[in-house]
Design a protein around this ligand. Structure first.
Ligand code: UDX
Length: 454
């Protein structure tokens, strides 16, 4: 019944797999669906296809408890669930900045055609505002109207590396609904989260709103985060010109609680599967709606972010005494160690990773690039096979004329600059994430350059 509805998650990528597993952990009976038979087989045998701390253990425990199953059968999925969550990807369209909704369309259509009783379809994927209305029409077209299937929208705010906690202990739940029935079903589908919070003496705020607002909350939150990062990186540019130190500036402004000290880390900028693509899709959608002017600043946010990559190239050229030609600096004849390939630490994800992009630029400019990343090497090799991948920090640094630290892994933060100095051919380091102790590295004889620091 509605007290504990049976739930399905369509799409078992990063989002759907994490949600399916965590919902079983909350006590729900869960079915995960995907068209990819390989992924489904892996999940059913207890193997998580992504790297996310804590998820493996939860998967195995809940498979064993019989609360969790994965299937490629859409009819079975339709039959199983009272509430169906759509968690498929919405990648950037190949022809421009907007979002590709073909996976949403395919999964909703497939599901709707097999529904035989009243149930709720809930969108979770990040989509252009207006998609929920369109999904509702799609559902209307593919289900008999006497079934009374309804649609709702409930965005997610998962951060890679913290995804399990973000599902079990979200800082808010947002639902866009059109009826009391849908509102009640979604409340029941979130009850496990509220109950857990109560046992831990916390409260999870619930925002109940309309479709458009629910869809916008997600992209607005990501646009704000991207803007905050680009703001501090713009300050880094000014510090570079004026001779200031952006790390001290960030600390000083962050003490004002209205500003806050989080997401003020200047460096190589944001990447990943969400922020870059979401701010572009948001601009494209606003343009279509005639509100393009309101989001013109996001174009600037994007440009500031991309300029950070050029900055690392400039600093590298300065350190190596390379002059810039019209096509940028020439690095031929140099060996460069790139430490970090992922878009942030504690993940193996290299999608839109600034670190890997810079490694590629250095390679294009003639450098012999040797990359080391604690988790991301396999994905990086697939994305950029032309680079050399090493299995240790020492191997990457050995014989290098320059070291670029481009992802702030703890291993790099805690590395011993004296020992590394003995392996390198030249003690030159660009700290693309301002994560090293500049004093320690300088004392060990390294010529150190940070981002937005003198
Ligand atoms: C982000 C949002 O945080 C999350 O709420 C949303 O659901 C998905 O997108 P995620 O992509 O996992 O999550 O990464 P996040 O931790 O937000 O970092 C994004 C990028 O910003 C990383 O490349 C990171 O290195 C960079 N960043 C972050 C900075 O450059 N400076 C900062 O101060 C913070």
């Amino acid at each position: 019944g509605a007290a504990r509805p049976r739930v399905t998650f369509l799409g078992t990528g990063y989002l759907g797999a994490t949600y399916a597993i965590c919902y079983a952990e909350l006590g729900y009976e869960v079915l995960g669906f995907d068209v990819d038979a390989d992924k489904i087989a892996k999940l059913n045998s207890g193997e998580v296809p992504i790297h996310e701390p804590g998820l493996d253990e939860l998967l195995r425990r809940n498979l064993a408890a019989g609360r969790l199953r994965f299937s490629t059968d859409i009819a079975e999925t339709a039959d199983f669930g009272d509430v169906h969550f759509i968690c498929v990807g919405t990648p950037q369209r190949a022809d421009g900045m907007g979002a590709d909704l073909s996976y949403v369309e395919a999964s909703v259509t497939g599901l709707a055609q097999h529904l035989t009783r009243k149930s709720l379809i809930v969108g979770k994927s990040t989509v252009p505002v207006g998609t929920a209305e369109w999904v509702e029409q799609l559902v209307g077209k593919h289900t008999p109207s006497d079934l009374g299937v309804e649609v709702a929208w409930s965005p997610e705010f998962l951060q890679e590396g913290f995804a399990v906690d973000d599902v079990l202990r979200p800082n808010r739940i947002v639902v866009g609904v059109k009826s009391e029935w849908a509102n009640g079903m979604l409340y029941a589908a979130h009850k496990g989260v509220f109950d857990l919070a109560a046992t831990e003496d916390r409260e999870v705020p619930l925002v109940v709103t309309d479709f458009a607002t629910a869809e916008l909350v997600k992209v607005a939150a990501n646009a704000f985060l991207a803007t905050k990062i680009s703001f501090i990186n713009a300050m880094a540019e000014v510090c570079e010109a004026a001779g200031g130190d952006v790390t001290q500036l960030a600390r000083a402004i962050g003490y004002d609680p209205r500003i806050g000290n989080r997401f003020l880390q200047a460096g190589l900028g944001f990447g990943g599967a969400c922020l870059p693509k979401d701010i572009r899709a948001f601009q494209a959608r606003a343009q279509e709606l005639g509100a393009g002017e309101a989001l013109r600043f996001l174009h600037e946010v994007d440009l500031i972010n991309l300029r950070r990559r050029t900055r690392v190239l400039q600093l590298s050229a300065d350190l190596l005494g390379r002059r810039s030609g019209p096509a940028g600096p020439d690095f031929s004849g140099t060996r460069i160690a790139v430490l970090g390939a992922t878009f942030k630490p504690n993940t193996d994800d290299v999608r839109d990773a600034p670190a890997l992009a810079v490694a590629g630029l250095l390679h294009k400019a003639g450098a012999d690039v040797h990359v080391y990343d604690p988790q991301g090497a396999e994905n990086a090799r697939r994305a950029m096979p032309e680079l050399n991948y090493e299995t240790s920090m020492a191997d990457a640094v050995t014989g290098a004329d320059l070291v670029c630290v481009l992802t702030e892994w703890a291993d790099f933060r805690n590395a011993d600059p004296v020992a590394l100095g003995e392996l390198a051919a030249g003690r030159r380091v660009v700290d693309g994430r301002n994560c090293l102790d500049a004093t320690l590295w300088t004392q060990a004889g390294w010529d150190y350059r940070g981002m937005g620091r003198p």
